[in-house]
Write a protein that binds this ligand. Structure first.
Ligand SMILES: [Zn+2]
Length: 185
C-alpha cells in the first residue's frame, strides 16, 4: 500500500484566492486493490473498515445494569394504561400510551422458561458468537414480553428453566453481556 498526498489541502482558514486549485493535481490516496478473479467477471478485494459510535440513549440503564450483572426492565406506571407488566427488551417509553416508563430490576437469580428456540447455523454478518448456537425465546415471570437470547451450553426444550448469566470479564457492553444457562439438570 502506498499513500501519496503531497498536496497541502485547503483549510477553512485559507482565503479562497490563496487556495489555487488550478495548480493542484488531484491524487489518488487510497490503497491498491487485489484482483481475485478476472474471468468471466472481474472481482477485487476492497477492504472496508467502519467504526460505529452507538448511543444507548434512554436505554442506558439496561446496558449499565448488564455491566453490574443486573437485568433491568421497564414498567408503565400510567394509571390508565392497559399494560402493567414488565417489558424486556426494555422500552424507554410505553409502546401503548407513549409515556415514559419506570425502571425495575428483575429479581435475582433471573429464572426464565424457554418459550421456543431455534438453531442458528448460519449467523448474519456481525453476530459475534460461534455457530451453531441455540437462540432461545424466554418467558420471564412478571414480564408481558418474550425476551430473546442464546443458550450458552446444553440442549433447549420448550418449558425448560434457564438462568440468566452475566459476563463480568471482557465485557462486550452489548446485549451479549448476558446469556442463558440451563437451570435444571
Ligand atoms: Zn403505558
Amino acid at each position: 500500500m502506498q499513500v501519496n498526498n503531497p498536496v497541502t489541502p485547503c483549510t477553512s482558514s485559507d482565503k479562497r484566492k490563496e487556495c489555487n486549485m488550478a495548480e493542484q493535481e488531484v491524487k489518488f490516496i487510497g490503497a491498491e486493490t487485489k484482483i481475485l478473479e478476472s474471468d468471466p467477471a472481474m472481482v477485487i478485494e476492497w477492504p472496508r473498515t467502519l467504526v460505529h459510535r452507538h448511543t444507548y440513549g434512554k436505554l442506558t440503564p439496561f446496558f449499565k445494569g448488564l455491566q453490574e450483572g443486573k437485568l433491568m426492565a421497564t414498567r408503565c406506571k400510567t394509571p390508565k394504561c392497559k399494560k402493567t407488566g414488565l417489558w424486556l427488551p426494555a422500552r424507554a417509553d410505553c409502546p401503548d400510551c407513549h409515556q415514559p416508563m419506570e425502571w425495575e430490576e428483575i429479581k435475582q437469580p433471573v429464572i426464565g422458561t424457554i418459550h421456543t428456540f431455534t438453531k442458528v447455523v448460519y449467523a448474519g454478518i456481525g453476530i459475534e458468537l460461534t455457530t451453531p448456537y441455540w437462540q432461545i425465546d424466554v418467558e420471564i415471570p412478571k414480564c408481558c414480553t418474550i425476551f430473546k437470547g442464546y443458550l450458552k451450553y446444553g440442549e433447549p426444550k420448550i418449558g425448560m428453566k434457564v438462568k440468566a448469566e452475566f459476563r463480568k470479564e471482557n465485557p462486550t457492553n452489548t446485549i451479549l453481556n448476558m446469556c442463558w444457562i440451563p437451570a435444571e439438570k
